[in-house]
Ligand binder design. Structure first.
Ligand SMILES: *Cc1c(COP(=O)(O)O)cnc(C)c1O
Length: 479
């Protein structure tokens, strides 16, 4: 048997097998090759238009050959940053474990409706078990807490801001004010703008020298704003900042939010799952006092891109903020035993998003994730020690999670020397990354350039971090 030239939309069981096997066999080759891939095969974006031209054809009237199309897909996937590999230490790497993709393949094939529990109650119950695990076991929120799986941290933050606004401000958004820090992820301000909050009422409060939200200054800003007739409604703390992996003083900020009657949101998109480890649980104490927490399974639970989570103390608040139904749904039953995710979030039609989290957790066990996260903490600590041993570098902050930041040390404290060191730091990534052995990005922290090494890919081990350290040492020596 072969796959017929005109493949019907309704495929036979043999075709399911044969088509699937063709894809899986390509993926097995891909997975075998990943460790040998350079950290990035993405071209200079100035020259990209020509390279992608062969991939832009409109779909033909008659179908084509799967192996030809798979060839094209593989070539397209190869022209990329190697986010599935161990060498990407830039931004917050993804990774993406294979077993999650398998769950996704299953989910997409059975294609149950994930917006309303009645459409697939057992799959909904599985999704809910994952959310309760995240809310209660990982974050330490009380019994009854749960949430919604989103497409990422940005959409989770959006639902958090909308919920806080709905619960604390009601119908009138006038003078509603929220508090973030300079290290808060930009998706929070973006969410606030989308949620109708005035730009000038997104208050960026000061941070301390250790890049933590300054609690006293935050309290002062909130009180002054209240005296000025504003309506403070939301305080956002970050549990693992994107730039430097620092953790805001969560217990003190929880106290402040309580005293000032603000919604307390913790953005733990990067840091949250480190609570599975002993060190992480200690450092991330206070998350359990949040009203809502953003987590990003596609970061620190190593899932493929497209899975975030918002967990909340009171799922009723989520439902109140995201309510809305139509008469076309009047025949669909509901039960107090199971949530309708359409009424907890932005989407109506959606897949059963929980399966891709559920299968890896049940197949590998939670301990496998804990061990991997512990390893990333060790690797960051190792990198910190090695980098502090390089005299040309300043390594200003000991890693609180798995990100290490550093910069070229200025010759002296004069503004000229600092500016020169900043220029050198800005140019460093292109030298570090030139060989393709690693990919590292820079950022700007408090107006100064900094390089960040972020170890989150599940496949990144000691040898890859050592390679990165070699490249850094070579790039610094060549300055
Ligand atoms: C990555 C990140 C986000 C945004 O999450 P996406 O999944 O990329 O949308 C928000 N907050 C923090 C702290 C992050 O690290």
């Amino acid at each position: 048997m072969g796959i017929p030239p005109h493949l019907p939309l309704e495929v036979s069981p043999e075709e399911v097998r044969e088509l699937g096997a063709a894809v899986v066999s390509r993926l097995a080759e891909f997975v075998a090759e990943v460790p040998r891939h350079p950290a990035s095969s993405a071209p200079d974006m100035a020259a990209v238009a020509e390279l992608v031209a062969p991939f832009t054809a409109a779909p033909p009237e008659e179908g084509g050959d799967l192996s030809v199309l798979l060839d094209r897909l593989c070539r397209a996937a190869d022209l990329a940053m190697e986010t599935a590999g161990p060498r990407v230490l830039a931004a917050i790497p993804g990774g993406g474990i294979y077993t999650s993709a398998l769950a996704e393949f299953f989910t997409r094939t059975v294609n149950r409706f994930g917006g309303l529990a009645a459409a697939a109650p057992a799959l909904t119950a599985m999704e809910e078990s994952v959310l309760r695990w995240m809310a209660q076991d990982v974050c330490g929120l009380p019994t009854g807490s749960s949430g919604i799986l989103t497409t990422g941290g940005s959409t989770a933050n959006l639902s958090a801001v909308v919920t806080a606004r709905h619960i604390r401000l009601g119908e009138s958004l006038e003078n509603g004010t929220l508090y973030v820090g300079a290290q808060t992820h930009h998706s929070v301000a973006k969410a606030a703008r989308i949620a109708g909050i005035r730009e000038r009422n997104i208050r960026v409060v000061p941070t301390t020298g250790r890049l933590h939200l300054d609690v006293a200054a935050t309290a002062e800003t909130i009180r002054r704003d209240r005296r000025d007739g504003l309506r403070p409604f939301l305080l956002v703390a970050t549990a693992g900042t994107t730039d430097a992996g620092t953790i805001d003083p969560l217990p003190a900020l929880a106290d402040l939010a309580e005293e000032e009657n603000l919604w307390f949101h913790v953005d733990a998109a990067y840091g949250g799952f480190f609570r599975l480890t002993e060190r992480g649980r200690r450092r991330l104490a206070g998350v359990e006092r949040a009203d809502s927490v953003t987590l990003d399974p596609h970061k620190t639970l190593f899932l493929p891109f497209g899975t975030g989570a918002l967990v909340v103390r009171d799922p009723g608040a989520l439902a109140a903020a995201h309510q809305g139904t139509g008469s076309v749904l009047q025949d669909v039953g509901s039960s107090d035993a199971l949530p309708d995710y359409a009424y907890r979030g932005i989407e109506l039609s959606r897949e059963n998003r929980g399966t891709r989290v559920w299968l890896p957790l049940h197949l590998h066990g939670v301990a496998a994730f804990r061990t991997a996260l512990d390893e990333k903490l060790d690797l960051a600590e190792h990198a910190y020690e090695q980098l502090t041993g390089m005299p040309a570098l300043d390594v200003p902050w000991r890693p609180e999670l798995s990100t290490v930041t550093f910069r070229i040390r200025p010759r002296d404290a004069s503004p000229e020397a600092v500016e020169k060191a900043d220029e050198a730091t800005r140019k460093l990534p292109q030298h570090i990354n030139a060989s393709g052995r690693v990919l590292i990005y820079s950022t700007v922290i408090e107006g100064r350039q900094a390089i960040r090494m972020c170890v989150v890919a599940y496949a990144t081990h000691r040898e890859h971090v050592d390679e990165a350290l070699d490249e850094i040492a070579a790039a610094v020596a060549a300055l």
